[in-house]
Design a protein around this ligand. Structure first.
Ligand SMILES: Cc1cc2nc3c(=O)[nH]c(=O)nc-3n(C[C@H](O)[C@H](O)[C@H](O)COP(=O)(O)O)c2cc1C
Length: 204
């Protein structure tokens, strides 16, 4: 627990600034807790969460994005219900964020082309299986060939993975912030769905 009150403790503008600073450091720093949020989505009946890697943020356009496999179950859900939440928690900062919005599935467009080009050799491995993630299989398996498991594939050979690659953008509608402090928690809500950012305090 932090001893001194941070400068954003009673200041909504500073909270907003802190949110984007933390997202930015989560994007750049693999060890930052904000690097791997939980992405929660569902069809009409069942919701589920899974860890993803934060791959991009755009404060001006009010969106975040991550990479995924177009064959995965979350894509099927997003096609039925594009609403989703990204859940972040930083234990040292004692800050939780719930970022909610509407998702866009980018597939074989200029966005995915640019992202795929930047996807490192090792990260392309996830897209090189010929079976969809989540399928039943009779034996333990990575779903990849031994060569792919051993990273024995060339850049050219990895290009085949592009057909499985997609980028999920979340267009942010709201951000809910929770800061835990021994001498009084703080909770705030930002509505990004209006022309002007709306911000207010909530009871924690
Ligand atoms: C540390 C970590 C990072 C992950 N990053 C991603 C990611 O960026 N994108 C993704 O689709 N799945 C990622 N996964 C796998 C997902 O958590 C999940 O198992 C997978 O996407 C299948 O989910 P689904 O069946 O709900 O679609 C990651 C898992 C872990 C543990």
């Amino acid at each position: 627990m932090q001893k001194n009150k941070p400068d954003y403790y009673n200041d909504l503008d500073k909270v907003n600034q802190k949110i984007w600073e933390m997202l930015s450091s989560g994007l750049k720093n693999r060890d930052a807790p904000f690097h791997i949020p939980v992405f929660i989505c569902g069809n009409k009946e069942k919701f589920d969460g899974r860890i993803v890697v934060l791959r991009g943020i755009d404060e001006k356009e009010k969106k975040l994005w991550f990479h995924s496999d177009i064959r995965s179950n979350k894509i099927k859900n997003l096609k039925i219900n594009p609403e989703a939440t990204l859940l972040f928690y930083d234990k040292n900062e004692k800050i939780q964020l719930r970022i909610s919005g509407i998702c866009k599935i980018n597939y074989q467009n200029s966005f995915t082309e640019t992202s795929w080009k930047k996807t490192a050799h090792m990260s392309r491995q996830c897209y090189l299986g010929d079976k969809a993630p989540g399928l039943d299989f009779p034996t333990p398996t990575s779903g990849l060939t031994q060569d792919v498991d051993d990273l024995k594939y060339s850049k050219e050979e990895s290009e085949i993975g592009y057909k499985n690659f997609c980028v999920i953008e979340t267009y942010i509608k709201s951000i809910e912030w929770l800061y835990l402090a021994a001498k009084g928690h703080r909770r705030a809500y930002f509505n990004l769905n209006k022309k002007q950012l709306e911000k207010k305090w909530l009871i924690p």
